[in-house]
Design a protein around this ligand. Sequence first.
Ligand code: AHR
Length: 511
Amino acid sequence: MVKKILLSFVLSLFVVVTCWSQNEIIVNADQGTYQISRDIYGQFAEHLGHGIYGGIWVGENSPIPNTRGIRNDVVAALKKIKVPVIRWPGGCFADTYHWKDGIGPRGQRPKIVNVNWGNVTEDNAFGTHEFLDLCSQLGCDPYIVGNVGSGTIQEMSDWVNYVNFNGSSPMTELRKKNGRDQPWKVRFWGVGNESWGCGGSMSAEYYANVFKRYATFLRNYPGAPLYRIACGPNSGDYHWTEVMMKNAGHMMQGLSLHYYSVIDWNHKGSATHFSEGQYADIMEKTLALKPMIARHMAIMDQYDPSRRVGLIIDEWGGWYAVEPGTNPAFLYQQNTMRDALLASTALNIFNNDCARVRMANIAQMVNVLQAMILTKGSQMIVTPTYDVYQMYTVHHDALMLPTHVTSDQYTYGKYSMPAINASSSRDSTGMMHISISNLDPDHGMTVPVEIRGAGVKTVTGTVLHADSLQAHNTFSRPDAVKPAVFKAFGVRGSKITVKMPPASIVILAIK
Ligand code: AHR
């Protein structure tokens, strides 16, 4: 008898210890102050590999259905994720690009060498007019990056005049000659790209002066005020942020930040064949964005306490080895559930920091790095990262609701990190949305979510989950990974208990 009692005591102790979970999410539904700018869901399209040519631009005479040379299937897919802004033409390409090469009759445009990306011929078929046509087909804002590294101030100020001025000038006459009467009035302008690296190998002190010269001559034309984005730091280069804010903060509207999740720059590892250790490494590096952004924001707060200057994370994402057999300079990589979790986690961080993070542009939109879309000839597939962008459209321009997460740890070998991350918002119709990621690929998680300061009437859910972290879509199995209806939750009063599958992303819509 005593033996039996002892055994049942030990058993129940085991159950308590193994089932005890810290997971909890508290959403302060009555405390929102800041809006999640839809521009956090921005894209980046560089003249690199098949990012533009083949992926977006096929030309008017292509058998692939197109509108004025731009692929219809790609535009239709991008419309579904409500792309708010596209950064173009680079990247490193921007600091070698002379925009006048890309205007006028296509047959007469010079052919140049794309020195950064494989020394391939760039025939300039896709230039300013074509890019702005793409943006107008998508209904999104353009974000143009000027050439500071090998260009001139005159060249970039001419570009702004050509694109934004409504009056008469040599540039506007040229624009009209090229078939465009009205200015486009482009707001976002980047003053160089990675000026500490491929954009000119400058020091922060030197670039701050260069930026001020450019900013002076990039004019606000009537009805077209500019949002000047200065080149910001590489990852955790806090000195760069400090110098830029101190010396030039008053002349910029935005400061960029570039950060990639990469295992090792010399051994990046396959995008599809990876171990759990490599997965944990990528997630740990993605979560590192949080303290890094916090440190950059603290420096910015010191020089700009009213938070006028936006932090613009205009290159981020996962970077792996290229797909076997593809040109190493084209950065073509597959995209798995790992990337979906990378994206959901980073986007939750950006949402929660939307007081300063005003834009983010994932690298890159089509066929390059962590892409939304992959194409092969006339075929097109969307990736698990695309699915996350589609699920997260509910956060666009919604009011961020402060969300506190307490989480169990996901531990694998030397890696240990919070399994759960989340962000929440309320849209203009009053609907609340919570996006939750479970990074643990080995365990499902029960997550109690408490909504404070608002009632809960109805809850619906969507989930992105697959059999393995390596799951991905291919041209023969385009729907291997796709979002599904989610019902594994219970509601009691203002508490929702969510049963997250391992390695999954859930969005709850709450009325
Ligand atoms: O996104 C690919 C490259 O990465 C960009 O051209 C450059 O800015 C960065 O180093």
